[in-house]
Design a protein around this ligand. Structure first.
Ligand code: NCD
Ligand code: ZN
Length: 346
C-alpha cells in the first residue's frame, strides 16, 4: 500500500453472496459487480428458483452472456434447497463443478423463499450427503416463525437450527450468510473452522434507525433487517478483526423502486455500485485498511478451498457522489445504497 494511502491495491476480490436476478435486471446490475469482483457466489432465489443442475447451467449461460465484452468474471452457482432436493443429483452436480454450494432458505423467510425448506428434518439425508462430499451449505440464518419478533429471528435461528446443525454435522462446511447480530458473530468466532460468515457493507454502515430517519426509508429495508447499534459495532469489529472466518459477501439485492415502494415493499439493498468502496471506507474508519485484502480477497477463497485471484484492483481515495438512481435496461429505476451520499474511495 502507498504510504500516503491515496491508492490501495488489492488482489481482486470476490463477492461471496450476490443476487444477480435475470433478464433486463441482470443486464443492468451485472456490470457493477464485474468491474470490481472476479467471482461471485450467485444466489438461486429467482422467480423460478435454481433447484436443479439444468436450471443452474442455463442461468450460468445467461449470466456469462450478460458479462460486458472482454471482461473476466466467473459466476459460482448455488443450488436452492427444497424439501424434495435429491441428494445424489445435487452432490453429483457439485462434484462436476456445476454447483459450488447449496443455499438453505427456511421457507418464506425472505424474498423468493416460498419454495424453501419447511423443516430441517426434510433435508436430513441431504445434509449427510453434503457433509460426506464436503459440499458447503450456505444458510439464510433466520427463522420464518411469525411469532418471533423480526429483530430476534437471527438469534432464534442460532438456537433452534444452527447450533443443533453444528452438533449433528460437525464436519459440514457452513456459511452463516449476511450476519447482523453480535450473537451471530460470537457463534461463528467460537465455532470450529468449518463455520464462516459473510458480512454485507450495509450492515457495517447502518443500524435499524436508518429505516426510520425522518420517515420510513424502504431503501434501507433488507433481510435480515439491520439491528441495534451495538450489533453494527460487533460486525465492524468482526470484519476488521483479521479473523479468517469472516469475509466479504455484499448481498446486493436489487429491486426496482416500484417494488420497494409498494404496499408490501420488497426486502433488499442494491449495493453493487458502491460495495467495495464502502468496505474500504469502513476499514479506513476502523484503522484497518491493511486487513481489507484478507477480508475481501483471501479469507473467502481459503474457506472454499480455492485459489485467491492473482490479478489486482486499485482503489483511489477520492470522494465521489453516488448517483441518486440507476436506470434499468427495461425502463425501471433502481436506487443504489448510499444514493446521493459521498463515498471516500473509488
Ligand atoms: C434478498 C433478495 O431480495 O433476493 N433480499 C434481502 O433483503 N437480502 C434475499 C435475501 O438474501 O434475503
Ligand atoms: Zn441474499
Amino acid at each position: 500500500m502507498n504510504p500516503d494511502r491515496q491508492y490501495l491495491t488489492l488482489r481482486r476480490p470476490d463477492d461471496w453472496h450476490l443476487h444477480l436476478r435475470d433478464g433486463a435486471m441482470l443486464e443492468t446490475v451485472l456490470p457493477f459487480t464485474v468491474e470490481r469482483f472476479c467471482r461471485a457466489m450467485v444466489m438461486p432465489n429467482l422467480e423460478v428458483p435454481v433447484t436443479s443442475p439444468d436450471l443452474a447451467e442455463d442461468y450460468r449461460r445467461r449470466i456469462i452472456a450478460a458479462v460486458p465484452g472482454g471482461a473476466q468474471f466467473t459466476p459460482l452457482m448455488t443450488c436452492y434447497l427444497t424439501d424434495d432436493t435429491r441428494p445424489e443429483v445435487m452432490v453429483e452436480a457439485y462434484r462436476n463443478g456445476i454447483f459450488a454450494a447449496a443455499k438453505l432458505y427456511p421457507a418464506n423467510v425472505t424474498t423468493g423463499a416460498q419454495a424453501g425448506v419447511t423443516d430441517m428434518a426434510c433435508i436430513a439425508k441431504l445434509l449427510e450427503a453434503m457433509e460426506e462430499a464436503d459440499m458447503p451449505l450456505l444458510v439464510h440464518g433466520e427463522v420464518a416463525d411469525p411469532d418471533v419478533d423480526p429483530f430476534d429471528r437471527e438469534a432464534v435461528f442460532i438456537d433452534r437450527v444452527l447450533a443443533p446443525l453444528r452438533r449433528s454435522h460437525p464436519g459440514l462446511r457452513v456459511v452463516f450468510e449476511h450476519v447482523t447480530t453480535e450473537d451471530a458473530v460470537a457463534f461463528v468466532a467460537e465455532s470450529n473452522g468449518r463455520t464462516a460468515a459473510t458480512i454485507t457493507p450495509h450492515h457495517l454502515v447502518i443500524n435499524r434507525g436508518a429505516m426510520f430517519a425522518g420517515g420510513f426509508r424502504p431503501h434501507f429495508y433488507c433481510l435480515p433487517v439491520a439491528k441495534r447499534e451495538r450489533h453494527r459495532k460487533a460486525l465492524r469489529q468482526a470484519a476488521t478483526s483479521g479473523e479468517g472466518s469472516f469475509f466479504l459477501g455484499t448481498d446486493s439485492a436489487p429491486h426496482p423502486d416500484r417494488a420497494k415502494f409498494s404496499a408490501s415493499g420488497c426486502a433488499g439493498i442494491f449495493n453493487a455500485p458502491v460495495a467495495l468502496e464502502v468496505y474500504a471506507q469502513v476499514f479506513e474508519e476502523e484503522g484497518a485498511l491493511d486487513r481489507l485484502e484478507d477480508f475481501a480477497s483471501v479469507f473467502g477463497p481459503r474457506f472454499y478451498g480455492i485459489k485467491a485471484n492473482q490479478d489486482t484492483v486499485t482503489l483511489e481515495r477520492a470522494p465521489w457522489q453516488v448517483p441518486a438512481q440507476v436506470a434499468a435496461a427495461d425502463g425501471d429505476v433502481l436506487t443504489p445504497f448510499m444514493a446521493g451520499g459521498t463515498v471516500n474511495w473509488r
